[in-house]
Design a protein around this ligand. Structure first.
Ligand code: IFG
Length: 484
């Protein structure tokens, strides 16, 4: 019980052991499509770890020994995502108000068992005790930049698997930028076919068809993760400007851009076609996205007139709201007139107060703690360092509620780890930069601030290193951690 990440809100070990055997069963009540799917998820994970094919018993008649009980029941103190997990030598009892709560209890249960799926059948033991757990923040996010370099559906699904294991519940996909447009838009088909035909260094081009995007949305939803799509505007738009001459003020298409400079591109805000373009893109994206949020970027619009920018952001929010979604934007949107439904994503900490003054909530992604594309140190083979070097402790040892003046706990919807891909080419590059810092952000997002400390995290994450090694996850062996 001493290596759980994120740390549960309350934990009471009882120093005994529950051993799972080949005839352990998973009992679930009530048996609904969602609770059965969550039960299947647990059975599949335990089959992978032990070789046992545990049977699922819906709405069991009575209690029995050595079983795993999953039950839904009303308990408002557990909220929408909390759970109670009690392990005794005679059985495991997991209860929650919602299937999401059951899912998060299962992630904790799986961490309690042995990590080695090496040889099978593997006796699967878990320390006994009782856990009562609820998350600190509602928005526990990871951003993946698939615009600088494109990553396959398979790679994104593998990343989603790891997000779910650490109770993250938002995947923000940065789908467009100067170097690439990565989502099919049927009314403007050249956005993907031309805008998706390049990438940084001319590498890793590509795009998601709408069917593939729906596949990612569904895969994430099965793991209680909401996809938040970002179409960055009015800056970071060279790929769109290369696809359609008419989107440019001078009517001339831009060349595809394969460098890593920022701030040089802008949509043409005084052309009406720009707003038709935005309406079509937002309408199609909203239809593909069951989640309530659409991210419209808004960062580094250095090539856009400031007044035009503020009017643009206000107009884009009306379009996003027209299609039933809430606007998320990088913190620069705080300069514009935004509604209290808007969400500003802090990354430099300059415009948060202006967004909060308008009633908006904020997500915290501070460059010097939560930008996972920052190099760990000067020797790091991957990443940038405009925000400084970010070792594991820099990612862990901060409190969102005290980071920025004027930004308190009640203004904060949550936190999000941003992984920009200018220097990343492979899935191993993604995980090398993400682990062990993404798990630090996941703990900040979930666990009570008072329960957290670096000494405890560095010991617990060392045990996860053994699990990551066993599962073939490529990660950074930070010298700050005594890896097992
Ligand atoms: N800033 C840019 C990103 C990316 C990043 C790399 C934001 C909001 C630097 N904008 O972060 O496009 O280039 O660290």
């Amino acid at each position: 019980m001493n290596h759980l990440i994120p740390l549960p809100a309350s934990l009471l070990p009882t120093q005994l052991e529950f051993q799972l055997g080949p005839d352990t069963q998973i009992l679930v009540a009530p048996a609904t499509p969602e609770t059965l799917r969550v039960s299947e998820f647990l059975a599949a994970a335990l089959r992978h770890a032990t070789g046992y094919a545990l049977s699922i018993v819906p709405d069991p008649p009575a209690h029995a020994r050595d079983q795993i009980f999953l039950t839904l029941h009303d308990d408002s103190t557990l909220g929408a995502e909390g759970y109670e997990l009690n392990l005794t030598p005679d059985g495991v009892f997991l209860r929650a108000q919602t299937p999401a709560g059951l899912f998060y209890g299962i992630q904790t249960l799986l961490q309690l068992g042995a990590p080695s799926p090496a040889q099978k059948p593997q006796t699967w033991r878990a320390a006994t005790g009782s856990i009562r757990d609820v998350p600190r923040f509602a928005w526990r996010g990871a951003m993946l930049d698939v615009a600088r370099h494109f990553f396959s559906v398979q790679d994104v699904k593998r990343y989603i698997d790891w997000l779910a294991a650490y109770k993250l519940n938002r995947l923000h996909l940065h789908l467009s930028d100067d170097q690439g447009w990565r989502i099919e838009i049927k009314t403007w088909d050249k956005l993907a076919t031309i805008g998706g035909s390049s990438g940084v260094g001319g590498k890793k081009s590509g795009y998601y068809t709408q069917a593939e995007y729906r596949e990612l949305v569904a895969y994430a939803a099965e793991r209680f993760i909401v996809i938040v799509p970002e179409i960055d505007m009015p800056g970071h738009t060279n790929a769109a400007l290369a696809a359609y001459p008419e989107l440019n003020c001078d009517g001339v298409a831009r060349e595809p851009y394969t460098g890593i400079e920022v701030g040089f591109s802008s949509l043409c805000l005084d052309k009406e076609i720009t707003y038709q373009f935005l309406e079509d893109v937002i309408r199609e994206l909203a239809a593909l996205t069951p989640g309530e949020f659409i991210h419209i970027g808004g960062d580094e619009a250095h090539a856009t007139d400031k007044t035009a920018y503020t009017q643009f952001i206000a107009r884009v929010e009306t379009i996003v709201e027209k299609y039933g979604k809430r606007m998320v934007g990088w913190e620069e949107i705080g300069q514009a007139k935004i509604s209290a439904r808007a969400v500003a994503q802090l990354w430099r900490g300059e415009y948060g107060a202006q967004a909060i003054q308008q009633g908006a909530q904020v997500i915290l992604s501070p460059g010097k703690h939560a930008y996972l594309d920052m190099q760990y140190n000067e020797q790091s083979p991957l990443g940038l360092h405009w925000a400084g070097y970010v070792e594991a402790q820099d990612a862990y040892a901060w409190d969102p509620a005290t980071l920025s003046a004027g930004v308190g706990e009640s203004n904060i919807l949550g936190v999000e780890a941003a992984l920009w891909s200018e220097t990343l080419l492979t899935f191993d590059d993604i995980t090398f930069m993400a682990f062990p810092r993404l798990t630090a952000i996941a703990e900040i997002a979930w666990s009570p601030q008072a329960a957290r400390n670096w000494e405890s995290y560095r010991q617990r994450v060392a045990a996860h290193g053994a699990r990551w090694q066993a599962l073939g996850l490529h990660f950074y062996r930070s010298p700050q951690i005594d890896w097992e």
